[in-house]
Structure formats: C-alpha cells, structure tokens
Design a protein around this ligand. Structure first.
Ligand code: MN
Length: 371
C-alpha cells in the first residue's frame, strides 16, 4: 500500500470523525435511502472428509497427543460434529446460510485439519487434493466464493510448487498456513522460499491459528484455555512477531500477511512492542530498518474473524486505519448469525463500512469488484 493511499484513507476517516454531525447526518440519509455495501467474509473454512480422516488418525497418534489435539476434542466435543457437518458443505447449504445472513461472498480456506502437523508426503498430497476440491467449489459458484490455497510448509520446495500451481492454474487468491510447523516457526530461513514466492506472485499469506507449539503448550492444556480462549492467539501472535523481528519484511517488503481474530492481540500492544524493540535494539539481531508497528501497518492486514465486537473493531480501526481491517466471520466455527450483522451499527461513514466489508478484501485478495 502506498503512503498516499494510506494517508488519504486516514484523512477521510478523520474528517468523518471531525465532521461527525454533518457527515453522520448524510450517512444516515444514505443508509435510509438503502445504500448497501457488499459483505465479503474472508476467513471461512471448509473440511474435506479425506483430510478429516487423515487428521483424526494423526490426532489419536502419539504425535497428536504431544501436539495437544485430544484437548481440543475434550473441550469441544459438542461442537466438533456441528463444525464438521457445516464445514463439509462447500455448495448449496453454505450459500443458503449466506443468503439468509446477507453474506455476498466467502473467501474460503481450510483452517482445520492442520496439514502442518502431518508427514510431509501425506500433507503435500492432501494439500493438492484440498486445492483441487476448493477450485471446483469456486468454479461452481464464482460469484459467491474465492479460495486460499492450503500448503504443507514442512516440505518447503513442495509448498512453493503447490503455491505456484494453486495461484497460476487454479486461480487461488493466496494461501493459508496454520501457524507453527511441528514446533518450528517460519522465521527459519528454510521456509523463506514460500514467502519469496508469495511476494513474487503478489498474493497474501493468511497466518491462521493452531494449538500452541509443543514448547509452549503445557500451561494452555487446563481449563479449556487451549483453543480460542487463549492458546490460538498466543501461538499466532508470537509467530507473527517472530516474522517481524527476524527481518522477513526487510527482505520481502511487498509481502502481505493476513491475521485473523483482530490481529491476535497485537494491535493492543503495538506501542509497547515498538518501545521494547527500541530499548533492545543494541542487543539483538538482526537490526531492523523500521519499527515493528511500521511492518505491522504495511505488511499485515487483520480480519474480524471470531471477534465481531464493535468496540474491538473500532479500536483496531483507530490503531491500524480502516484500510487494514477486513470483515470475516470464522464460519463454521462461528455462526453466521449474529456475527454477519454484529458490526452493522458501528458509527462509521459509509465509505469506511464499505472498505471493511468489501473494498479492502477486493484489494488484498484481488477479487473482482461488483458493479
Ligand atoms: Mn478460523
């Protein structure tokens, strides 16, 4: 994103606030006259029976136990069948839900199934299957769906090849990676060809939560903390910060990352992160060209998946600018109702609402704008 665009949008936002009375009056008039923005939800998941089967086998193995998956089963056993049933539908039933809740489009990806955890060969061939099946679902309803490719980063060369195939041959709009790769983080340079490829293809990578890595898992295993309550955002935020602090974005300045769940807590800590980075600069490597927050603003966008609380979303807009905030639900793990309409009453100008619900997604994922 260019500075001028960023400044332009920020200025529009601020004038929205400064001229609140006049602007909001005209907003309300527009809303009343039926001006409507498209709603695109961008962290919407599906599941393939084949992946589910392979994953269940993994989850019940010793490696699955060490990775903590039985704890997800323990705490979420009532919801797992619901998620599975909804997730498997990549067509009519899903579209009916979208119609009933005013969702125009989903950017679909497979966030469950943790391909990153499996044997490299199994995961690589499952990723191909997932992407082929997703491409079919998108082709059947191109106005309603777009897709993000699944990858098996534990086979970096295979992941590069699959990312290229998925974008160039299958029309995928980016890729999704479920955080740590069997306890390894992608600041490790053996993974960097994947980022180089994403930057060269000009597609974003969505860094999606999974359970905390084995090194930090233990304290999250009690009290149901392991998933969305604490473990997911602890895992994903540390991964994102490792990517920032390792110099990845000095190497790949155009690389675009996406974080769900309102940035996994990072927006709240940005100024503290900057201060600590400044205080420790003499004693760590590598030296970064910029402050952490600057990479976060330029190389990341966040989505509202699983956190459609207007107070939090408004805070994120204040911290990051409206151009960096994208609407998402996190279906099927969250329900479309009430999340599809939870942000409708935010006190923001129509242009800002339009950006959050569709304009930003069209830009980041290169979706065709609907005329
Ligand atoms: Mn998700």
């Amino acid at each position: 994103m260019t500075g001028s665009r960023r400044n332009f949008i920020k200025t529009s936002l601020m004038s929205g606030a400064a001229l609140q009375l006049g602007v909001m009056a005209s907003d309300q008039a527009q809303a009343a006259s039926g001006v409507k923005y498209r709603k695109i939800a961008v962290e919407e998941s599906f599941m393939l029976p084949e992946v589910n089967q392979a994953f269940m086998k993994f989850a019940q193995s010793d490696a699955g136990l060490r990775a903590g998956f039985p704890y997800m089963e323990k705490y979420y056993k009532d919801l797992l069948p619901v998620w599975g049933q909804r997730g498997i539908d990549m067509g009519a039933g899903r579209i009916q839900q979208m119609d009933e809740n005013g969702i125009d489009m989903q950017v679909m990806s497979m966030s469950g199934g943790a391909l990153s955890e499996m044997e490299p060969e199994t995961a690589t061939s499952l990723a191909r299957l997932v992407n082929d099946r997703l491409a079919e679902a998108v082709a059947a309803n191109p106005d309603r769906f777009a897709g993000l490719a699944s990858l098996a980063p534990q086979n970096p060369a295979g992941a590069v090849k699959e990312l290229e195939r998925a974008v160039n041959s299958l029309g995928m709009k980016g890729a999704i990676i479920t955080s740590h790769v069997q306890g390894e983080y992608m600041d490790d340079k053996k993974f960097w060809d994947i980022f180089a490829t994403a930057e060269a293809l000009d597609v974003p990578i969505y860094l999606h939560p999974t359970l905390p890595s084995p090194q930090i898992l233990q304290p999250y295993l009690d009290y149901g903390l392991v998933g969305p309550m604490a473990g997911f955002n602890a895992e994903t935020s540390i991964h994102a910060l490792r990517l920032i602090m390792c110099g990845l974005f000095d190497q790949f300045p155009k690389l675009q990352m996406v974080l769900g769940h309102c940035g996994e807590g990072i927006p709240f800590f940005l100024s503290r992160i900057d201060r600590a980075a400044t205080n420790t600069a003499a004693h760590r490597e590598p030296l970064l060209k910029r402050l952490p927050s600057e990479y976060f603003l330029d190389n990341f966008v966040i989505t509202t998946s699983g956190l459609n609380d207007p107070r939090v979303v408004e805070f994120c807009i204040t911290m990051l600018g409206a151009e960096n905030v994208l609407f998402a639900i996190d279906y099927p793990y969250e329900s479309m109702a009430p999340d599809a309409t939870a942000l409708d009453d935010m006190n923001l100008p129509p242009a800002t609402m339009e950006a959050i619900f569709s304009g930003n997604s069209e830009r980041v994922f290169k979706l065709a704008a609907k005329g």
